[in-house]
Write a protein that binds this ligand. Structure first.
Ligand code: ATP
Length: 231
């Protein structure tokens, strides 16, 4: 483990009006590791990702990515995202989307590499809005990795995908980790956390209720409790 974490949330409180989304959340991400953030609907996962991306600001606590504020340009250029609220323009073709997003990064992957890694062969000329849900998810993954990010945020990347599409995406994520990228993955699925992650943080009502390796989490937190938190 590195002494200086890659990214860190410390003592984060975040409210939306009367709703407390995060209530003293601590979370640390390390170089080369996949961390799964596991929790039920409304637990605060997306809010945690939004803070680490500098899209939201905290009411209390500190947010650091590469030791700096997440909103700085050279931090953002080392980060890739696959978000639930992706807002990708439906009339653009896959190739146009890739060109657009690649242009944002200083050292992007080639289009061919993105296509191979995301399994988008034959889809470059297709409009995003005309693709199936699984294909759109693969495009989102390609856009997330095209900048060669050191840190990748995947917010529920496989929700709604069938088991085959889910496993294909897991395989692609593993390939990226093998290259040395760190990943924060939010998920409702314990199996997904087990399949992909080095460490798991379980959050419930904006607080971290368990943290450790998948093995430790299984040993110390009853599965019933995790299932009840995550489903
Ligand atoms: P899901 O699994 O459904 O995506 P989540 O764990 O990502 O849930 P968040 O989306 O972070 O949870 O939401 C945490 C809490 O904050 C929830 O109670 C949610 O209703 C509330 N919330 C999130 N965004 C807003 C917003 N823009 N305005 C008001 N409340 C919000």
């Amino acid at each position: 483990r590195d002494a200086v974490p890659l990214a860190r949330l410390q003592g984060i409180r975040k409210r939306y009006g009367a709703i407390t989304a995060l209530d003293g959340l601590d979370l640390t991400l390390h170089t080369g590791q996949v961390t799964a953030l596991l929790g039920a609907n409304g637990a605060g996962k997306t809010t945690a990702v939004g803070l680490l991306l500098g899209l939201l600001s905290a009411d209390a606590g500190t947010v650091e990515v590469f030791g700096q504020s997440p909103s700085r340009l050279h931090v953002r250029q080392r980060v890739g995202t696959m978000l639930q609220s992706a807002n990708i323009p439906e009339r653009l073709q896959v190739g146009e989307l890739l060109a657009l997003v690649r242009s944002y990064y200083p050292r992007p992957r080639s289009v061919d590499e993105c296509i191979a890694m995301a399994g988008l062969q034959g889809l470059l000329g297709r409009r995003y809005g005309k693709l199936s849900g699984g294909q759109q998810r693969r495009v989102q993954f390609a856009l997330a990795i095209c900048g060669r990010p050191a840190l990748l945020f995947l917010d529920e990347p496989t929700t709604g995908l069938d088991i085959e599409a889910r496993q294909a995406l897991w395989q692609a994520i593993r390939g990226l980790v093998a290259e040395g990228a760190a990943v924060l993955l939010t998920t409702h699925y314990l199996e997904e956390a087990e399949a992909l992650s080095d460490r798991v943080a379980v959050i419930d009502q904006g607080r971290r209720v368990a943290e450790g390796t998948v093995h430790e989490i299984r040993a110390h937190v009853s599965l019933r409790r995790i299932r009840c938190i995550t489903t």
